[in-house]
Unconditional design. Sequence first.
Length: 94
Amino acid sequence: MTAQEFEAWFGLAHAPGLSRSAARALLQAFGSPEAVLGVGPAQWQAVAGLEASRALSQPDPAAKPRLAHARAWLAGHPLRQVVALGDEAYPEPL
């Protein structure tokens, strides 16, 4: 996973007020976190509703420090990695 892909996944997963079901609907509609974040509020609202659009439209002041912390954690050991939804290493549902 590239640094840009990680940042997009992290941003989508940690957007305050964005439900998991809304995030999944957006991913299904647009294909990737980068694509989701590349469209705008009207498209977010059309797919996942007003709350999802508001959640993604509001900048989160804590996002940059949390992202930096997550990157530092990943860099702290060679076996640490991110396995995103859709990745072939992502575990099967029970």
